[in-house]
Write a protein that binds this ligand. Sequence first.
Ligand code: DLL
Length: 462
Amino acid sequence: MNAMLVPRYAKVHHRVKSSPAPAAGRPPGKPFMFDAAAETMPREKLLHLQLRRLRATLEDACASVPLHRKRMKAARIRPEDVRSLADLARLPYTVKTDLRDHYPFGMFARPHEQLSRLHASSGTTGKPTVVGYTHNDLATWADLMARSLACAGARPGDVIHNAYGYGLFTGGLGAHYGAERLGATVVPMSGGATERQVVLLKDFGARVLCATPSYALNIAEVAERDGIDLRRSKLKIGVFGAEPWSEGMRREIQIRLGLKAIDIYGLSEIMGPGVAIECEAQDGLHAWEDHFLFEVLDMETGAAVPEGHAGELVITTLTKEALPMIRYRTRDITRASTERCGCGRTHLRLKRITGRNDDMLIIRGVNVYPSQIESVLIGLPDIAPHYQLVVERKGNLDELGVEVEAMPSAGTGEDVYRALAERVRYQIKSLIGVTTTVTVKKPGEVPRSQGKAVRVRDLRPK
Ligand code: DLL
């Protein structure tokens, strides 16, 4: 009887006494956890904690942020009316354009003097999305990122090579402070200078690599080209996220770098990296429910989808001070499961994020996500795992071009490339049902990623 995520919460009405104190350590017979008390909290207790924190967040957001106050009033609900987590469904949503419309600081709940840091994401159009953190927010983020790294298999004393970009992007600094908080030695590389990254990965004896999956693949390729076998180095764990990637891509990276590739999820509007992460079982991302409330909704009806079904992930922050978010529509598509994981963590698991609502292409009536195309391409013989999609408008219809890259083993010549293109086109058509025009490029011709890969070139008139 666990069909719906939100109705399950409906039973919870009481308050909990206190929040868990971080207690590093390893309960007997359990895997290492950064905060075992929080990570294995019984679900009943976790849901009580969520309710208490939700009410506090709503009170704070309404008192400090005019937009939240206005929206709550329009929805005819006050923080004190929220008596159970089922009441969440009555709360208004927040969307990305709210942040843009209140650029730069209009949605902050704390004055400048209390802000310790700002981050921003550029986005494709218009103004950037600006997010802010108090001192406490940064401490919570470091804790959650340390918890996430430990969940991935990192340990105090490890060398963690951090190739997420440093700067306004949350990846670099988020992973950095988490690694330090864990008690690891962090190598603050940022993205780029890939040849140097490869040498230092080996020379400094990194056990953990943090990077986008597409950049990890770039690192693997440069290492192979330069004759450095990272599979024989100390590297054992990859903490990869910030962009959608497929199981095929995971297999490819694991084989080429000789490590276990762990999926990490996060977004700047909510915090940054460390909102959810896989454990060593690689079977869904543990989503840290003591700090965030997760809903998976059918956005046509606004209702929670049955557990295990795909829907849009909507997140409410429970402890954020500078930028509390009420029912933030992430646009990310996932499925949730409250089934207990073998690792002992009790927090719900999100399945791999397959893409964003707004990344979905409709090609002659067929809905397709870039990650679906990736799943077909990876593993095709003679095709390298680098690709770009090109969307164009011809008349009233959208057309999809797929640029793939031949491996040197494919041979050369027009006939070889034509036959390869036909094979790729046929595979995509038969597995996804969408008609594409495939162009085969020479080895090295598809641009390599330095951070988040550009998978789609949208040439449609705006
Ligand atoms: O990408 C934060 C991050 C940094 C996450 C490092 C993981 C590792 P933004 O730049 O705000 O923040 O982009 C957030 O990236 O809404 C998803 O669409 C996408 N995304 C992030 N992680 C994953 C993932 C960071 N593991 C947006 N799988 C999100 C699929 C992901 N998509």
